[in-house]
Design a protein around this ligand. Structure first.
Ligand code: PRX
Length: 695
């Protein structure tokens, strides 16, 4: 039972720890702010001052809430959901779930039959409560002198104008809308406008190529694509509209024509005159949207009506359309945001993620705005014009909560402390990390240098599929251990299982699964419920399988160890090895390719590709560049291989299966750890590969 689990017992014992009078001297020193977190395994306590003001201020308080959340999920979540506006209250059952494939179709439903609207809850609700003049969004452009802001009232007006326009051009409840925009205010505006009228948004990260965009357009067949003419990132100008044009040509060729492309004129990047245009299909955003009324009736939707689609990589070549619905996602993102960042009304919150990824959905747009927070939307690059840009922005807006990815922490860490220390950063009080395990040295630099040893770090483990945080520190509640995402959020029951799917207890390592549903869980893969069941629920019947490996220490803390499937995590972005391989083999000179992840100092993992060329084609530097370009063009720049390793042949078993284990070792240069190669169809392949290392 929950109450007797190691995890809760441990939290109970932590509750006995005398805060502010720790028995261990280093803990005391950290509490007093006199020492920096230096030792690898030192737990780091929140200061007594921080805990005293925190929403969850002690392990005991967490434990009480956690216990209720898992023993009485219906009661726990319906109490929380009651603080939102529902046009019609949900069915008394609150939730319904089947996570066991043996018992039939996988089904997750929360707040069924309740009707609500997430846009109404994110905007109108605050305005009606008299908070309309509060800043909702501070926008910071690529250059430090480009900025803007919108109050909640102003944001709602813009959302309504766009919603009215969308309705005018025929977008109805349930219709899909593709959004291909950079981090302009128009991106969250577009998401909210769709939500307001019950349309389903599918945001495509503006770093994806025309091919990837076309694939996503063809999957959901939208009436309209929302984009902008161009964007500046650092010193580069990217012509987004040209990419959309190519994608739409591709779609038309495949029988999927999109009749309308609403294009925002991003003047700082490119003028109208310089933008390629197709009359009849392309419309300037500024020419039409502003003519529409700034009030728009809300479309009340069922809790289980779809809110958005977001594609993510899996182990096969085809990205998965993760589908989230309205009510549960709303309650979950808002609640996780509030507690994991200890959010209070005066906070100024900045998440560096792009809305093209789940982090930007849940923790730039929905979670913060549902809490009535002030958010920063940053269009530029974090190292432009200098590696101090982030801290310049922190000081400019007096950011109190700063949420980012380990890859950014590591890249800024390399630039040296002076880029940080020349800024005050006095306003900061909570830091956050997401996307991959944060290595302890990056954790400590983030904590000591960026946070001056005073800001707890919420290392949040979650996924596109989970909608919101699953394992995360609650910053005022318990000590943190650098590199551990700590303990589960309310209502989340993580379990570690062995290869046979048997739950393992105590201190152990295994596959990370979740036992029960939670409100923010995805409900299906768009158009492919079977793949949903096969990927996530069949590997370990009875559980949701995350695809991650994990260990649990003696204190019950969770330590994520990375993906156990064929997915690489590059700078916190999930990339399927199969996707990169299929891009490589599309090049006429590439006969075969095998891609593995390799440790990378800044990106966490880099992409390492073994490539076999077509008979007779010589290796050349030019071809290497060409292959990399092929991947950039087919997926996006972020998926470009870091290394191409020429491979006369690939190590395969007699049944033809590529032995990636061996390739990973060669890529990592761990040549004395290749293991047994005798089962290979042709063991000499390995020698040939080693001979070509660094060639
Ligand atoms: O491997 C885990 C890693 O990122 C994966 C989810 O990727 P995605 O769906 O793109 O969402 C990223 C943002 C939520 C996970 O399966 N991951 C994410 N956060 C962490 C993490 N690994 C360790 N620690 C984290 N805090």
């Amino acid at each position: 039972s929950i109450a007797s689990s190691d995890f809760l017992r441990h939290v109970e014992s932590m509750a006995q720890l005398p805060y502010g009078a720790g028995k261990m001297s280093h803990l005391n020193a950290v509490i007093l702010g006199e020492a920096l977190a230096t030792e690898e395994n030192d737990p780091v306590f929140p200061s007594p001052d921080f805990s005293a003001q925190a929403l969850i201020s002690s392990p005991q308080q967490y434990m009480n809430m956690y216990k209720r959340s898992v023993e009485d999920p219906a009661g726990f979540w319906s109490d929380i959901a009651s603080s939102f506006y529902w046009k019609k209250k949900w069915n008394p059952m609150v939730y319904l779930e089947n996570l066991d494939v043996k018992k039939g179709t996988i089904k997750i439903e929360w707040f069924k039959e309740g009707t609500t609207n997430i846009c109404y809850n994110a905007l109108d609700r605050h305005i009606e409560a008299g908070r309309g003049d509060k800043i909702a969004i501070y926008w910071e452009g690529n250059e430090p002198d480009q900025d803007g802001k919108l109050t909640y009232t102003e944001l709602l007006a813009k959302v309504c104008q766009l919603a009215n326009y969308l309705k005018h051009v025929g977008v109805r409840k349930g219709d899909a809308v593709i959004i291909y925009l950079p981090m302009l205010m128009e991106l969250p505006i577009a998401m909210l406008a769709c939500a307001r009228i019950g349309a389903v948004h599918s945001v495509v990260f503006a770093g994806f190529s025309a091919d990837s965009l076309a694939q996503r357009i063809m999957d959901c067949k939208p009436k309209i694509v929302l984009t902008c003419n161009a964007v500046c990132r650092g010193s580069k100008v990217i012509l987004l509209k040209d990419i959309v044009d190519s994608a739409l040509v591709e779609c038309t060729k495949n029988g999927c024509s999109v009749g309308l492309c609403l294009t925002f004129e991003n003047q700082s990047a490119l003028s109208r005159g310089a933008t390629k245009w197709q009359d009849g299909r392309d419309v300037w955003w500024q020419n039409v949207v502003e003519k529409f009324p700034n009030k728009c009736e809300v479309e009340w939707v069922d809790s289980e009506d779809p809110l958005f689609l977001l594609y993510t990589s899996g182990s096969t070549g085809k990205p998965k359309g993760v589908l989230h619905t309205t009510g549960g996602y709303m309650v979950y993102t808002a609640t996780t945001f509030k507690y994991a960042f200890d959010y209070k009304a005066p906070d100024i919150y900045w998440c560096t993620a792009d809305c093209g990824w789940i982090t930007g959905h849940s923790y730039v747009t929905y979670g913060p705005l549902l809490n009535g927070a002030t958010v920063i939307v940053f269009e530029g690059a974090p190292n432009h014009p200098s590696p101090g840009r982030c801290w310049d922005i922190v000081d400019k807006y007096k950011v109190t909560i700063f949420y980012t990815a380990p890859t950014l922490v590591r890249s800024l860490m390399r630039e040296g402390n002076e880029f940080v220390t020349r800024y005050s950063r006095k306003s900061l009080r909570v830091l956050g990390s997401v996307g991959e395990p944060i290595n302890p040295s990056a954790w400590r630099w983030f904590y000591n240098v960026v946070g001056n040893g005073q800001c707890p770090i919420s290392d949040t483990w979650w996924q596109t599929e989970t909608g919101g945080f699953m394992i995360t520190p609650l910053p005022g509640a318990w000590p943190q251990k650098p590199g551990s995402a700590t303990l589960p959020f309310f209502g989340v029951e993580p379990v570690l299982v062995d290869e046979k799917g048997v739950e393992i207890d105590g201190e152990c390592s295994g596959y990370l699964c979740i036992k029960k549903s939670w409100p923010g869980a995805f409900r299906t893969l768009y158009g492919d419920h079977e793949r949903y069941e096969t990927t996530y629920f069949k590997p370990f019947p009875g559980y949701y399988f995350s695809g991650d490996g994990c260990s649990r220490d003696k204190d019950g803390y969770y330590w994520l160890t990375g993906r156990v499937d064929d997915v690489i995590n590059v700078s916190g972005h999930r990339i399927g090895t199969a996707e990169v391989e299929s891009a490589l083999v599309s090049h006429p000179h590439c006969a075969e390719a095998a891609v593995v992840g390799v440790e990378h100092e800044v990106k966490g993992q880099g992409i390492y590709a073994f490539v076999t060329l077509v008979e007779g084609v010589p290796y050349s530097e030019e071809l290497r560049k060409c292959l990399i370009l092929t991947v950039r063009n087919q997926i996006g720049a972020f998926a470009a291989p870091d290394k191409i390793h020429w491979a006369p042949g690939l190590p395969k078993t007699r049944s033809g299966k590529i032995m990636r284990r061996i390739l990973r070792k060669i890529a990592a240069r761990q040549l004395d750890e290749l293991g047994d190669t005798s089962t290979l169809a042709d063991p000499s392949v390995v020698e040939q590969l080693i001979a070509l290392t660094d060639k």
